[in-house]
Design a protein around this ligand. Structure first.
Ligand SMILES: Cc1ncc(COP(=O)(O)O)c(C=O)c1O
Length: 382
């Protein structure tokens, strides 16, 4: 059958079938959720109400191919306050319907069918689908678990060839939490544009800050992706953006404007809310970050009593990706945990990584998180 995804087996996998069965019976604690709106993390509705009332009273459709100017100014201000600060003109910001749409625009901007992109061996599972939409190959570079899942420069260099068009980077990384703290010589050697996903930027744990990669690598065109799904826990409002450092702006902004104009995917209401989200939403962001840190503290404390679970403190992000000793079949392990009332993801959902790993989300509502971690440790034979 022709068309995207025609080759995929779209039947539910064994874990999903078991999950449905357990959900219909005894139930389980979900330690995999990335959805803040189901974890009692609701952006203050009064801020949304007040800001949207202004929109409804004054709305006029005035599309701008880069996005609402006031929203872009608020985003530029956000980069000016990052550590280290990154000064960007608001014309270097392109507002999109989501980070996922932003990726697709950049894949179209930077590569032709048959070209390749360099992507990490562990990652949240979106790149392969987006790459297929543009008929691009993903060439896989490695993250080094022994060095806190930092990018392995040698494997990056080894994977690149004459059809490589960009490097995909996620910092803080999903699911390992690794944050890029300093310029990477291998990236400078390659000289390729960087597509850098920073949606978890405020969520730091071991690291004090998430440096914007555009500031670390002024030598390269850097496209920084972010949006309100994670930053403000508003995945339903659908708004993302691409911020270009100077090297990217000089070379690519005109064509990116035309690409964004081709879809004009970002809705005007969400764009109009953005200045209020930044101006009034930071206390909520701080509370959310503190929840995640407290959950990670708790998981690390449990980890010390559970020898099978090797849990390293992450740089940031809101997931944990511990390795598990003494168990070699990730799927069997996840199925047995589900029988004991806790859902986690097997490492193989996130790529082909040596060893046995599990993925847990520290976004989870704290009381459930604590019980879920306890069940997990019991299942591992604490
Ligand atoms: C690293 C990363 N980037 C992007 C996204 C999706 O963001 P958006 O809702 O803006 O498409 C996710 C969603 O889980 C994510 O984990």
């Amino acid at each position: 059958m022709p068309g995207c995804f025609a080759h995929l087996d779209l039947h539910p996998n064994a874990i999903e079938l078991a999950r449905r069965r357990v959900a219909a019976g005894a139930g389980y604690i979900d330690l995999t959720s990335s959805n803040p709106t189901w974890q009692s993390l609701l952006f203050p509705p009064e801020i949304l109400h007040a800001a949207s009332a202004t929109y409804w009273a004054t709305r006029r459709y005035a599309p701008d191919p880069r996005g609402n100017p006031a929203a872009r100014a608020a985003i530029a201000d956000y980069y000016a306050q990052r550590v280290p600060p990154l000064a960007l003109p608001s014309d270097a910001i392109f507002i999109t319907a989501s980070t996922s749409e932003a990726y697709l625009l950049l894949f179209s901007l930077l590569a032709d069918p048959g070209d390749n992109l360099l992507a990490p061996n562990v990652t949240y599972p979106l790149f392969e689908y987006l790459a297929e939409l543009r008929q691009l190959e993903l060439r896989i570079y490695e993250l080094d678990e022994a060095r806190g899942w930092q990018i392995d420069g040698a494997s990056l260099l080894a994977q690149a060839d004459s059809r490589s068009r960009a490097v995909l980077i996620v910092s803080p990384h999903n699911p390992t939490g690794a944050i890029i703290q300093a310029p990477l010589p291998a990236l400078s050697t390659l000289g390729l544009p960087l597509i850098c996903d920073e949606v978890f930027a405020p969520f730091t744990y071991r690291a004090a800050h998430t440096p914007p990669v555009g500031a670390l690598h002024p030598d390269l065109p850097v496209f920084m992706l972010n949006g309100i799904s994670k930053l403000f826990a508003l995945p339903d409002l659908k708004l993302g953006w691409i911020a270009l450092n100077t090297a990217a702006e000089v070379g690519y902004s005109e064509r990116l404007e035309l690409l964004n104009d081709t879809l004009l995917g970002a809705n005007s209401l969400a764009q109009s809310l953005l200045p209020s989200l930044f101006a009034q939403g930071m206390d909520f962001v701080t509370a959310m970050v503190e929840r995640v840190r407290a959950n990670i503290d708790l998981a690390l404390a449990y980890g010390t009593t559970c020898p099978a679970l090797v849990m390293q403190p992450p740089d940031g992000g809101y997931y944990l990706f511990p390795s598990v000793h003494g168990h070699h079949d990730e799927e069997a392990l996840v199925l047995s945990m589900l029988e004991q009332g806790v859902l986690v993801h097997p490492g193989y959902f996130y790529g082909d990584v040596p060893g046995t790993h599990l993925m847990l989300s520290a976004l989870t509502e704290p009381a459930l998180f604590a019980t879920g971690i306890e069940r997990l440790c019991q299942a591992l034979g604490k």
